[in-house]
Design a protein around this ligand. Structure first.
Ligand code: PLP
Length: 698
């Protein structure tokens, strides 16, 4: 079994084994309530006091406050509330206070959201002011100087979570001391803990929130530092715990664990120093450069935490990169919120002025200071495997031509579909309804496999095909074409059903025929099948590509087994057939979705496969995910790779052959359920989906 390599340390970390031990002890042997005055309580109190004393020394808290809480989001609330309540009181006393709540453009969302929330709730009506950063992610100090005089509160993180960019806190402090003497200053120190030296009371920082789970402590425990003399208002009132600063019985398991991590940091014998971490990052970066040609790093290495890489790869979305890394069991995160079809750009990279393709396609790779050499070496090997998988799928540039793929490929963007008919033996292909968004993807796919493109056709006339034709260059060999992109000199004429004839292109053993559809033949449909001599009767038509699958002409020339391949697929149906009416299809799909008998969970899988030795286990993830996985399928069985983009082509085979049980799987069970629904709708009643996917099967 391939083990997981966790490179998402900026999101969270595993818990240090000694910290787990301390948490268990705090829940077992020393379970007392630290507010109790009996011995059991005193034992718990000792844990609390030790952890706090350690934090106070380590962070240089001096005479300031250091309270435990649930994490940084709470710490940010408390800091913002404290500052804004103080500002309101100062206003009430007639004091003139600044009118700006200044925050760095790359702050974690918890900061601007909290500022807006408490500003509104307290009725302060101050103005939120986003402070720009430069191309390296550093705060624009000249602009800060301009606005600092009007600032009531300034929020600037110590290090960024997406890029690791380290802020120039000394520079910011100098500006504040010069021009914003009355403003409060919060520094989100979440990503700095354990990676940057902090001596808080020696600075002008008023508030510094921390979160335990970013440095090997559990989730749900954190700390807030408040400078001596800085205003403070508790967020939570009650039994007066934490000296009345944060009521509620303490999370002793969390605090005990955090205490162990802080003690390890203070001793300096557990976590790696910057030199090792720099070296690790350089090795990962070298592997990425070798595996993913053209990779661009979005964070300046000399100005960011040595534990963070943020990169983008030309032509690849963050969803695709996430998928391939996840398949190789390397856990990274998208630098931006994304869905597989459309990635939302990262606001952090946008603020740095990074081009849209990089900001929307960014990946963050981050590791904690416990990481060892072996993990980095293994990660580099997996990165190489991901690169090879992407090269074989023609998704990144490769020096050698890839083995040509055969069959039907469906490429979709937001419900619209392009279809590629590929014939590996003759090295020829036809593109149907190319989507403008897919131009470079299709062109590099064709180039990488050295296909001759016999035609780029549309089901509608003049539907924006020229950009692909241009991008294909010499690979496009259609000659003169009509307004649908169909070669005017298409050499073959085939006889269709009911005496009709059509021009056709030969693709190896198959022919692709063009028929006029719609009123006045305003649209076209394309029929693909193996001709019987010069005839392509309905029984031989395997696929019909058409904008309107209910078109009378299409129905007349297609057989009951013909798969109808739509140019729109808003409901992920991939294809349909003559025997299913689209109106009935959705109802059937909805009904089927309710049927638990379409799903197998990982506990049932083994027994199912034993009971059905002829069952076929099908991985419907993309081919590069299959290739990057490097281990057999679930239950240790060999799996076939049939990505959803190739489902229509393969479905036709499965429906023709004697039906065998099909068990689809993917990463999470989402894509496999789509495949299962498709096959059931087409009449295959032994299609199943592995619920929870590979993520739960391991
Ligand atoms: N600030 C930064 C920079 C962070 O990275 C995070 C967590 O991602 C937070 C604040 C919020 O921390 P938590 O969710 O632990 O409260």
């Amino acid at each position: 079994m391939t083990t997981e390599i966790y490179l998402d340390g900026n999101a969270t970390t595993a818990v240090l084994p000694a910290a787990i031990g301390a948490a268990i002890d705090a829940m077992g042997q020393r379970f007392g309530n630290p507010s109790s005055t009996h011995a059991t309580g005193l034992k718990a109190r000792a844990i609390l006091d030790q952890a706090r004393a350690c934090a106070v020394r380590l962070l240089g808290v001096g005479n300031g406050r250091l309270m435990f809480n649930s994490g940084a989001t709470e710490g940010i609330q408390t800091a913002v509330l404290s500052a804004l309540v103080a500002l309101r009181e100062r206003q009430a006393r007639g004091e003139v206070v600044g009118n700006l709540l200044v925050y760095g453009a790359t702050e974690h969302k918890a900061v601007p959201e909290s500022l807006a929330h408490w500003n509104r709730l307290l009725g302060l009506n101050l103005t939120l002011h986003k402070l720009p950063v430069d191309a390296s992610g550093a705060h624009d100090l000249a602009l800060l100087r301009q606005v600092a005089g009007s600032a009531a509160l300034i929020c600037t993180m110590a290090a960024n979570n997406e890029t690791g960019v380290v802020s120039d806190l000394d520079g910011i402090e100098a500006v504040i001391k010069e021009t914003a003497t009355a403003a409060y200053w919060m520094v989100d120190c979440v990503q700095a803990l354990g990676k940057l030296t902090l001596d808080l009371s020696a600075t002008r920082i008023d508030y510094a929130p921390f979160s335990g789970h970013k440095l090997y402590a559990p989730k749900g425990v954190g700390m807030l530092y408040v400078r001596a003399g800085a205003p403070f208002t508790p967020l939570i009132m009650g039994g007066g715990q934490e000296s009345g600063q944060r009521s509620g019985t303490e999370n002793m398991a969390g605090i005990a664990a955090l205490g162990v991590v802080l003690a390890a940091l203070e001793r300096g014998d557990t976590f790696r120093g910057h030199d090792d971490l720099w070296r690790f990052r350089a090795r990962l970066a070298d592997s990425l450069r070798a595996a993913l040609p053209g990779v661009v790093f979005n964070n300046p290495f000399d100005k960011s935490l040595p534990t963070t890489l943020n990169f983008s790869v030309p032509g690849l979305s963050s969803g695709e990169l996430m998928d391939v890394f996840d398949a190789a069991q390397v856990r990274v995160s998208a630098g931006s919120a994304c869905s597989s079809a459309k990635a939302a750009p990262s606001y952090v990279l946008d603020a740095m002025g990074v081009p849209l393709w990089r900001s929307a396609g960014a990946i963050r790779m981050s590791f904690g200071p416990l990481t060892d050499e072996e993990t980095i070496a293994a990660a580099c090997a997996r990165i190489e495997r991901c690169g090879a998988a992407l090269r074989a799928s023609c998704l990144v540039a490769s020096e050698s031509a890839a083995v040509p793929h055969d069959g039907l490929l469906q490429l979709g963007v937001e419900g619209a579909c392009s279809w590629l008919v590929l014939d590996a033996a003759s090295g020829s292909c036809v593109v149907i309804d190319p989507l403008p968004a897919m131009t470079s993807r299709i062109a590099s796919y064709v180039r990488c496999q050295n296909y001759r493109v016999l035609a780029v056709v549309g089901t509608l006339p003049e539907a924006g095909r020229q950009s692909l034709v241009d991008a294909l260059g010499d690979h496009y060999v259609a000659g003169a074409v009509d307004e649908f992109g169909w070669p005017v000199a298409a050499p073959v004429v085939v006889a269709l059903e009911a005496g009709a004839t059509a021009h056709a292109i030969k693709l190896g053993e198959q022919v692709l025929a063009s028929v006029g559809t719609g009123a006045g033949n305003a649209s076209r449909a394309y029929l693909l099948g193996a001709a019987d001599g010069d005839r392509l009767p309905a029984a031989c038509v395997r696929f019909a590509f058409s904008a309107g699958t209910q078109d009378q002409v299409v129905r007349a020339v297609s057989g009951p087994r013909t798969l109808l391949c739509p140019t729109r697929d808003d409901h992920n149906e991939f294809c349909s057939s003559m025997t299913i009416h689209p109106a009935a299809m959705l109802t059937a799909a909805t009904q089927l979705s309710a049927q638990a008998d379409m799903q197998l969970d990982s506990a049932e899988l083994e027994a199912f496969l034993n009971a059905h030795p002829d069952a076929v286990l099908v991985d419907v993830r993309e081919a590069y995910e299959f290739a990057a996985t490097g281990v057999p399928g679930p239950a240790g069985r060999v799996a076939h790779s049939v990505p959803l983009s190739r489902l229509a082509g393969q479905a036709s085979e499965w429906l023709r052959a004697e039906q065998r049980p099909l068990v689809f799987f993917c990463r999470s069970g989402n894509r496999s359920m789509k495949a299962t629904r498709c096959l059931r709708r087409l009449g295959h009643d032994q299609a199943y989906s592995l619920s929870g996917g590979l993520a739960l099967a391991a």
